[in-house]
Design a protein around this ligand. Structure first.
Ligand SMILES: [Zn+2]
Length: 179
């Protein structure tokens, strides 16, 4: 065991028994293309990467807030999960001037007890999750009015579907029209 933390640069350190993994990271500061609130369920990890690539986002310029349930944290009442998710979005905005928040929930999410919690009724689960996304979008809009774009996405095992959440302004217009 070496007593110094300094790595001698004259030896090949690429495979030091896994204690060092060589990788050059960019030191450039960035404006985030989005802050993405995504469930950490690994079954949707490849979808996440594909989503970034299909959207033309560079992984290096996206602030990912990955936690169990994804946007579920923002759809429920006050609590630790919501506090953490809000705090992460706030920091993304502060540090990386984020103007777009992307909210994701998915089918068969353990955070909701999986599909079995809905009696494997796909439509019931779907409708529930759409409502959850709407609640999360409402919260983000009220807490972070500087965010210009809030997107809602529902992941299923066939891909990911964009859900049109009604923003506060639109909801008001609809109320007025209905009145
Ligand atoms: Zn999940």
């Amino acid at each position: 065991m070496s007593s110094t933390l300094e790595m001698p640069n004259n030896i090949d350190v690429e495979n030091e028994g896994g204690s060092f993994i060589k990788f050059e990271s960019s030191k450039e500061h960035y404006k985030a293309e989005a802050c993405i609130v995504w469930c950490y369920d690994a079954r949707f990890a490849d979808l996440y990467n594909d989503f970034l690539s299909q959207r033309g986002f560079e992984d290096s310029k996206v602030d990912a807030v990955k936690g169990a349930g994804g946007a579920q944290a923002l759809a429920g009442g006050e609590g630790a999960d919501r506090t953490v998710a809000e705090s992460q979005i706030a920091k993304s905005i502060k540090l990386h001037h984020t103007e777009r928040v992307i909210l994701m929930v998915h089918m068969d999410c353990g955070g909701y007890g999986g599909s079995k919690a809905f009696g494997d009724d796909h439509q019931a689960e779907w409708d529930h999750h759409v409502a959850e996304l709407q609640k999360a979008a409402d919260l983000v809009q009220s807490q972070f009015p500087q965010v210009k774009e809030i997107e809602c996405w529902l992941a299923d095992f066939d891909g990911i579907h964009k859900i049109d959440a009604i923003t506060g302004a639109e909801a008001k217009e609809e109320e007025e029209e209905a009145a």
